[in-house]
Design a protein around this ligand. Sequence first.
Ligand code: FE2
Length: 401
Amino acid sequence: MTLHDAPKAKTGGIDARAAMEELNAEAGQYNIWLRTQANAPAQKAWFKPTSVEESGRMAQGRVAGGQMKALPHHWKWKEISPYLLKIADVAKKADIPPTEFADRQQFLLTNPGLGGRLQVAAAIRCAVSIYNPADVARAHLHSPNATRTILSEYGGYTNVEGERCDAMRGDLMLTPNGTWHDHGNDGKEPVMWIDTLDWPLLEFLDCIWLDEEAPGLSGNQRAQNETIPRGYSHRLYGKGGMMPRIAHQRGIGQVTSPFFHFKGVEIKDNLIAMRNDVRDAYEGTPIDFQNPVTGGPLFTTLGYGAQLLKPGEETRFKRETSSTVYVCMHGRGQTEVAGRTFDWEENDIFVVPNFLWRRHINTGKNDAILYTMSDRPLLEKIGQYRTQGMDADGKVEQIVS
Ligand SMILES: [Fe+2]
């Protein structure tokens, strides 16, 4: 008998399930549920074979208990970006602009498997923001960790703990939990970037808090003064392997990175420099961005990286217990995930949820560069990170990394 085979009914016995459901009708008032169903996890046992097409099966009935599963999804820049321009246009003509009544001028990405929740995966929120010239998002501080992935060629800034970081395409700017930060655009053109946060995780833990009473700001002042010279964190931490011998704490967060500004041009240059030396059958040329103090991921919850795929390169299938959001920064290509194919180009965003097999193909004539954001650090910390690859013959192997 397997775990969930129904035992043989006793002759003349009552229908226990029906009897218990009847009891449930009245017991519910005491906030209890008499168990009438077996567990039905959506994921298959990790070491059991699963096909590439498999995307998980939802539990049915009461044990599902609001269960939701993120689906693979692709947000095409050419479809979503017009809405940024529309938001910017509305903001220009508004009596009260969205930055006032909605904090930001942005849209949030919603995963079609998550019932309208403002998240793309279990632990990850993504938004795309636009700032018109003269827009300012007031100084604030919060418990979630956040980053900005800059899409515009040039313009806009984020001031973190008094250090102004000027944005260029491909930059990754960190506002770790517990750091005061404000954003704005003092240039002549609108600027756009992707915001990524661990907000859904902290929301699940009921641990979201936010403060907008920045110390030292007077009157109607909304932005922090520049109290730290520009480029400070980059000068101190921007060269891998060399660390100043100083106290590193910035802000009031715990285990947070004091390095706030990864530059897109350096990310690209590093990937190109490594493209022939670093070869991974599942990832092309991958790099991870590090918290220079711990040597670990940028956040305790989310990890960030980038990967280069050479023209024509096809990676092998891989899957992880973590979920990954991808942004195409350069080039074009294809990702196969759970039997679907996403054809991506610059600024496109797509998500590969946990447990699903995926592989990438560079279909363009130039190198393709994808930025990645993943909840792998969280899964590793709780002892739940696993990953598998599939070799050229379809044989599954455990990947140890
Ligand atoms: Fe923020």
